[in-house]
Design a binder for this molecule. Structure first.
Ligand code: S3P
Length: 167
């Protein structure tokens, strides 16, 4: 059984995933970390030295490997993972996968991402909160088509990690 967590950057995929895996006694994998280990570079360095296209190619390859895992697994995706190539189809077609969309509002995402934008390759050119809100709004408009194909949507704005995991 594989529990896939998807959602925008800052939606809590890794934090919630780690807690959920402990509660369920499942393995935990963070796709970005798996890519970093495979390539031998951090995600920002992959974007900087090899470009986004290379990252998306590795992301799809690593997703495929992890979806073939036979362990009980909680898998936290990157924010863009389901939105590229055939990744969403790969996830939906896998018979052993249940997929959750961790949904957060734009103001929540802005507050969480503003202090961290330097370490996120897609956000590091943004300067103000207003610009960030506009960027996220446009991005979510494109990405919701994919996120909404999840089996379950969980709103995370005002809930504790514990209550999210229990729901
Ligand atoms: C990305 C999200 C990041 C990481 C990469 C691209 C995206 O993961 O995969 O920087 O396209 O939204 P997190 O959602 O874990 O920050």
């Amino acid at each position: 059984m594989i529990i896939v967590l998807m959602g925008y950057m800052g939606s809590g995929k890794s934090t919630i995933g780690r807690h959920l895996s402990e509660i369920l006694s499942y393995q935990f994998q963070d796709l970005d970390t798996f890519i970093e280990t495979t390539v031998g570079l951090s995600v920002p360095d992959i974007f900087k030295t090899k470009g986004e296209l290379f990252f998306r190619k590795k992301e799809a390859e690593c997703l495929k490997i992890l979806l073939e895992s036979e362990d009980n697994l909680v898998l936290a995706l990157g924010g863009g993972t389901p939105c590229y190539g055939t990744n969403m189809k790969m996830i939906s077609d896998a018979s052993n996968v249940t997929c959750f969309y961790l949904k957060a509002s734009i103001p929540t995402l802005v507050n969480r991402l503003m202090p961290e934008k330097e370490i996120r390759p897609l956000l590091n050119q943004i300067e103000t909160k207003e610009e960030l809100a506009e960027f996220i709004g446009k991005h979510l408009f494109e990405r919701n088509v994919f996120y909404s194909q999840s089996d379950v949507t969980i709103t995370t704005d005002d809930k504790s990690i514990k209550s999210i995991c229990e729901s």
